[in-house]
Design a protein around this ligand. Sequence first.
Ligand SMILES: [Zn+2]
Length: 69
Amino acid sequence: MNEIDPRTSAARSCPICGKPVDPEFKPFCSKRCADIDLNRWLSGVYAVPAKEDEDEDGERPAESEAGET
Ligand SMILES: [Zn+2]
């Protein structure tokens, strides 16, 4: 018997950012946080190269801001 049951601690706060959990993205507050956790988990457990999908999220990692002149 586990004392720490994830089901009983579901209605808490997001482990990523601490915001209230959204039932739709339990145990996280949003899909973003769920993705963050998933990425952490994947990169931590499986050392597989993450293939970057062209997900048009509108956000790109700013490698260098020396583009506007
Ligand atoms: Zn969150």
